[in-house]
Write a new protein. Sequence first.
Length: 268
Amino acid sequence: MPAPAHPVIVLMTDFGLTDSYVGQMKGVILSIAPDARIIDLTHAITPQNIAHGAFILEKSANFFPEGAIFLSVVDPGVGTSRNAIAVRTERALFLAPDNGLLTSILQSRSVTGCVTITDSRYLLPVRSSTFHGRDVFSPAAAHLASGVPIESLGKQIDPAECTRIPMPECHTNDNGKTWEGSIIYTDHFGNLVTSLDAQLLDRSKKWHVHAGKHRHPVSRTYGDAADQQPLAYTGSFGMIEIAVRNGNARETLGLKDGDPVRAESTSA
């Protein structure tokens, strides 16, 4: 996969924007690859929530141009023996700690190359034990953007050996009449994104979503509910979400990440 003339590097972290961490990463990248275009996917992954990051990365990757380089850091094991890895798929490159952050990418895409990131030529000369986003992943991504093949970054490994984590599931035990899942994360508006895949719900039937002590009909959009009233709907990720119109579902309903949810059908 040749490097494009103006390579795109996409950043996703749990660093937030209060501190200088993201800015330092961008500085390292542009010092090595000044023609790179840097896009912030998000820096608001729930701290240390690897499953949240894995979900967002997989759901977002297809919206970027072919050849994009995804630099993703949610890394509670930074400085330990966990590997830093680079993965090449048919459309993009992915750099991340080998802690399960690439679980959904590895499961959903054809992998054509996978290496550890160890060659000191492509890292900063002095490396902190707590900030590999700046000292390992940023320079490696910048060198890839400059045309270095991922095979040069380190030892080739079998992608089957990369760490995978259990992801929130959507499953049924009664031929699709009921689907069970959980809340994956809460977005900026307080909407609850669940693991209930809307494509699995029979559209010839009406559906209600049960979460905690609450039961909500599945609506089309926010305007189908009255002001400050809860509703369920299909969100932009294609998953069932729970919201409060013009309000915060997490605060109003008292629900949190990981809580179970259930969708039940009735005849239309």
